[in-house]
Unconditional design. Structure first.
Length: 208
């Protein structure tokens, strides 16, 4: 088997990103291999060469979104980078297409949507367990918090309209992030984590 070249990896990523955008915009059922190929500026045969079927491509998108979320939790929360503007700005720049895809997947009820939701709950539960209320029902709290946060993603068009600014633009993401912290008690996340998140958002706001 020949090694995977850098060009192959770049082409594969471009196809995946094109598929995510189309899946988010029109759903998996309405999206075709040909449409993905046209958006990625490659041939349908090349799409099939890299991914085989549309279902395999959808699975690759699911895995990419989950991998991204795990990475951001590790870098931002576990490694304590929430107070750094560069971390927040990077998330604001890279997250929108993935979150739009996730929102559509949850609405469409794709086979992987339940697994993605459950993993997000588990990641959230792990962080809440480090907070100040060791006796709390962290599973219930994590489930509700995840549903609330993903509700913003699913309803992003309505949220953007109500705000008068695109939720996925830096200014809209900043407003939503601050509002979320305003609605959450510091001890719910843990004072240290809460303060880091607040500091990071204030630093980003100060740079705008």
């Amino acid at each position: 088997m020949r090694p995977i070249s850098e060009e192959d990896l770049t082409t594969r990523a471009r196809i995946r990103d094109a598929a995510m955008a189309l899946f988010a915009e029109q759903g998996v059922k309405a999206t075709t291999i040909r449409g993905i190929a046209e958006t990625a500026r490659v041939s349908p045969g090349l799409v099939q060469h890299h991914f085989g079927t549309k279902e395999a491509l959808r699975q690759a998108c699911d895995e990419y979104v989950l991998s991204y979320m795990r990475e951001q939790v590790n870098v931002g929360v576990t490694d304590r980078n929430l107070a750094k503007p560069e971390f927040i700005e990077n998330v604001h720049r890279t997250a929108p297409p993935l979150m739009k895809y996730l929102g559509r997947a949850l609405v469409d009820g794709s086979p992987a949507a339940a697994a993605m939701f459950d993993e997000l709950v588990s990641m959230t539960e792990g962080q809440l367990a480090r907070g100040e209320h060791s006796e709390a029902d962290h599973r219930a709290r994590a489930t509700v918090l995840t549903a609330m946060k993903l509700g913003i993603t699913v309803l992003h068009e309505h949220v953007s309209r109500a705000l008068g600014t695109d939720l996925y633009a830096p200014q809209g993401a900043l407003r939503v992030g601050k509002a979320q912290l305003d609605l959450i008690r510091p001890e719910f996340l843990g004072r240290e984590l809460f303060d880091q998140a607040r500091t990071g958002l204030e630093k980003v706001e100060g740079q705008q």
